[in-house]
Write a protein that binds this ligand. Structure first.
Ligand SMILES: [Zn+2]
Length: 105
């Protein structure tokens, strides 16, 4: 009788009692889900990282005249400064004023 208990115990250890297979497959299924999630994360990362080849930084700035998004290191103007913003805002304001003048004329 004691031997039978040991054998059953061994069967459980090596996964021969049926339940282990279920756990094995469902565990694998969960892993596949994680791989898909990991793949999606990589896809998302590739979509948002710098356009420059092999650059791992997250792209936040668009290169003027293109649809390319690059990181602050690879942007031709570098990281925008406050002066840069002011200059752009003034340029935009002047352009808007200029177009309204031409419209009223
Ligand atoms: Zn970059």
């Amino acid at each position: 009788m004691a031997d039978l208990v040991v054998v059953m115990g061994l069967g459980h250890l090596v996964g021969a009692d049926g339940n282990e297979w279920y756990n094995f497959w469902s565990g694998l299924g969960a892993d596949v889900g994680q791989v898909a999630l990991f793949g999606a994360a990589i896809g998302l990362y590739r979509k948002h990282n710098c356009h420059v080849h092999r650059c791992w930084r997250i792209a936040k700035q668009q290169v003027e005249g293109t649809t390319w998004m690059v990181c602050h290191k690879h942007h031709p103007d570098g990281k925008p400064t406050e002066a840069h913003m002011t200059a752009l805002a003034e340029k935009k304001r002047a352009a808007d004023a200029g177009s309204s003048v031409t419209l009223t004329d």
